[in-house]
Structures are given as C-alpha cells and as structure tokens.
Design a protein around this ligand. Structure first.
Ligand code: BES
Ligand code: MN
Ligand code: MN
Length: 455
C-alpha cells in the first residue's frame, strides 16, 4: 500500500492535469446539443482506464448515453468492489455568474474550478487514479475491482436500472463504492449512510382559453396564477408541515439514537444559515436544521411561470400558470406513492374554475445503508488513516437514486465515501473541488482497497 501512496505522491500533478483535460469536455447530459461531448467524455474515460493498464474496458451503449465498464480481476477468492461514478454534468448556466469559464478549468488558492470538478468527474476520477496508483505503484491490485461510469446521473439515471438488470453477473460484487457525496465539513471526515429520494412533478392550471384584458375580465374570471399560487402556498401549514393527505404515513422516523448523534455532530446552524445569505432558518416544527436537511421529507416549488414576465407592465389576466414541484423523500416513502398523493391533492384542491394538468417528471428512491458492514468498517479505517480522526456517520439530503437499485437489483450494500463540500457549489456557478480533497480521496480509496482486501 505504501508504494501505491508514494506513486500518487509522485504523479499527483499529472493526475490534476488529466482531470483538467476531462473537465474540458462539456458532457452536459440533459442538452441534446452536447450528445457528442457526452460520447467524447465516455471515450476519454475508457481510454484513461486503458492507459493505466486495465485491459478489460468497454463502452456499453444504452438507449441514452453510454456506460463505461471496466474490470480488473486479480483473484476470485479476494473481495470484489463495484465502483460507481458519473461522467455527465449539469448545465453550466447561468454563465454570467462564473468568474472563469465552466469548461476551462483553473486552479485558484488550491481549488480547481470547473463544472463537474466535484460533481462528479473529480470524485469519480479519484477512483481511477487510486487504482492506477495501486496497479502501477505495486505491480498488482489487492482485490478485484469493477467500475461503472454512467452519463445520465444528472437526468435521473434513466437507463441504468435496466443495465443492472441485464448485467447482473458481470456486475456481481461484494459491495458498491460511490464517491458522489460531501464531507460533513472542511477537514471533518464523514461517511454517508443515508440519501433522500425524489419525486418531481409539473402542475399546470388553465383558466380562460386565452390571455385576457384584466380590466375587461378581472373581477369575474379567476386568474390561474392566483389560484396556483394559493394551492402552492397551502402545501405547508403554520408548522411548516406538508399538508398533503398521508404525506408522512410511510416516513421512517428518526430513532432517539440517531437524533442524539445528529445533535452531537460538529455543526453550527447559525453559521450555515449565514453562509447562504438567509436571515434565519425555517424547519418543520420540532426538527433541527440538520434533521430538516437530511432526514425529513420536503416539498419545494422549483419554478413557477405564466402570464407576463417581460420588462415593464402588461395588464393581462393569463390563461395559463405552471409550476415545477419536487419533494425530497426519506426512506419508507417511495416516489410512486408521493407522486400519487401529490396528484390526488391537486385534483382535490383544484378550483372548479380551473383545468388541471399533472405530469410526473421523474423520481428516485432514497436509501439507508448498513453502517456495520465490513466494507463500512474498512472505509472508516481508511478515512481515519488519512484524517487521523474517526469519520462521523452522516445522512445526506441529496439523492443518488441508483444506490437503492444496487441493493434491490444486485443485492449490494453501498459505501458512500465522498469528498465534496456543501460550499463546492455543485450545480451552481463557480463549482470547485479542493485539490487537497482530490488527494485525500485518492489516499483514502487506496487505503480502503488495501484494508477491505483482508476483511
Ligand atoms: N452528487 C449529487 C447528489 C448529492 C447532492 C450528494 C448533494 C451530496 C450532496 C447528484 O449528482 C445529484 O445531483 N443528484 C440529484 C438527483 C438526480 C435524480 C437528478 C439531486 O440530488 O438533485
Ligand atoms: Mn453527482
Ligand atoms: Mn449532481
């Protein structure tokens, strides 16, 4: 293992240069104009894996963007890990808010700025470079490794569950390992054991069949924007609880033990709130900020539009109003269940003056992973080796829906070993990844491979 760590040390600057090349490819999965770039990123990943000496690398097509699969099998009696990451990225918009070009990576004060630097190109690349360090540094690998890198995570991993179904034997492993989450704080090692799910819908109301003069019709024809705004406002009560019938029925409650642990985590809620420029926090009554952001379900209107939104004033009574609404779900809840309950709610509360259209955009299951598995113990030891401190076990408010499928389809637990920070601005302008964390991630993965190999 020491030789692998020394190899990383000796080659780290090159690793960073390679990562920059990877980040120059604008693999925006949601944008059809970037389809060639998404393919180019898959090719780049495959070539990089081949260059490090992994002979078994293939680009596997799906009905959407391709999946890069690689494996390095050393000994069937040794454990096998399945590493997962995504090479697609979010759109860089709004471009004017970036201080440098999103696809022209630059290092400033030890941070690498580019779209995807943290989510997830930088983090998935830690796995590639940890393996290279092991392989080239020691001449072999301590265990069997399989990698899948997908190009559709940011659009809901549309084709990945079927890929898992279709390739169960190929993907057989003792545990899945994912680096696509955040550390609890700067220099605070942590392993994530919970992810939230997601239910995403779009709701539209139609009132009159065309936009009307608000002086001629206002006062006798109901306005769809007013009606939709009221329905959305009514989705929370005065305790900031969600008012949809049965919304909390399936919620797995936090155990007393978990709540005690949450309360003992090194977290300053005031500082956290101040950092986003909000004046104070707003949580569901009875729950802390940390509980609210990671272990309780939410409902947020993500966008609302209709009528006149241009410069100046136009006296219009619009025909249409639209909203995008998403719920973060906790284990126990399913996207199907919540989407049905959302639909029933909107149908029940839609005023008789309005025609409702309800669309299910996408969803994903949350996950809680076993914190006592050998793989978790190995991950914890590996992190401690790098940070000289035992990692905290934390839950994450974001979603990586495929983690539930690793369990359901492949029967695998997942270790979520991420090195991002909330302040890395993933999905936002000026996304970054600290090179110290890129390094710590590679070192941790090397240690993990070595320790887990003997579990
Ligand atoms: N890497 C994130 C998930 C994440 C977010 C982990 C925040 C830790 C902190 C992932 O790429 C992501 O963005 N997931 C989406 C869901 C997906 C279905 C579009 C999300 O959470 O919104
Ligand atoms: Mn991600
Ligand atoms: Mn993301």
């Amino acid at each position: 293992m020491q030789k692998a760590l020394s190899y990383t040390d000796a080659n780290f600057d090159r690793f960073v240069e390679e990562l920059k090349d990877f980040l120059r490819i604008p693999s925006v999965s949601t944008d059809p104009n970037h389809k060639d770039d998404v393919n180019a990123a898959a090719e780049w990943v495959a070539q990089n894996m081949r260059d490090m000496g992994t002979s078994h690398v293939k680009i596997m097509p799906t009905d959407g963007h391709p999946i890069v699969y690689a494996e390095h099998m050393v000994d069937p009696s040794k454990p096998t890990i399945l590493v997962y990451g995504h090479y697609d990225v979010q759109p860089p918009d709004p471009l004017e808010l970036w201080d440098s070009e999103p696809f022209d990576p630059v290092v400033k004060n030890g941070d690498l700025y580019a779209r995807g630097s943290c989510d997830d190109k930088g983090q998935m690349f830690m796995h590639a470079k940890a393996a290279e360090s092991y392989f080239k540094g020691t001449g072999s690998m301590p265990l069997n490794v399989k990698w899948i890198f997908e190009g559709e995570e940011e659009i809901g991993s549309v084709h990945l569950p079927k890929f898992l179904e279709d390739n169960k034997d190929m993907l057989a492993a003792d545990v899945a390992v994912v680096s696509d989450t955040a550390l609890f704080g700067t220099g605070v090692p942590s392993i994530t054991y919970g992810l939230r799910g997601l239910a995403y819908v779009q709701v539209s109301l139609e009132g009159p069949d065309r936009d009307l003069h608000s002086g001629v019709y206002g006062g006798a024809i109901e306005n769809p924007i007013n009606a939709l705004a009221k329905m959305i406002a009514d989705l929370h009560d005065e305790n900031h609880r969600i008012t949809i019938d049965g919304f909390y029925d399936m919620v797995m409650p936090l155990t007393d033990e978990e709540r005690t642990t949450f309360a003992s985590l090194p977290f300053d809620a005031d500082e956290w709130v101040a950092e986003v420029g909000a004046s104070e926090s707003k949580t569901e009554a009875g729950y802390s900020v940390l509980e609210g952001t990671t272990a309780r379900p939410t409902l947020d209107c993500n966008g609302i539009w209709g009528g006149f939104t241009g410069e100046g004033a136009k006296t219009v009574l619009p025909s249409l109003a639209h909203a995008k609404i998403s719920c973060r779900l906790v284990p126990g809840q399913t996207p199907e269940e919540i989407t049905d309950k959302l639909q029933a709610h909107f149908e029940k509360h839609c005023p008789p003056t309005m025609k409702l259209t309800f669309e299910d955009l996408h969803g994903g299951h949350g996950a809680l992973v076993d914190t006592n598995s050998d793989a978790m113990k190995a991950a914890s030891e590996a992190m401690e080796g790098v940070y000289n401190e035992k990692p905290y076990m934390v839950r994450c408010g974001g979603s990586i829906p495929i983690v539930a499928d690793f369990k359901k389809i492949l029967g695998q637990e997942t270790v979520l070993m991420g090195f991002g920070l909330d302040s890395d601005a993933i999905h936002s302008p000026n996304e970054k990844f600290g090179l110290d964390r890129f390094r710590a991630g590679i070192d941790t993965i090397i240690r993990f491979m070595s320790i887990y190999a003997t579990k």
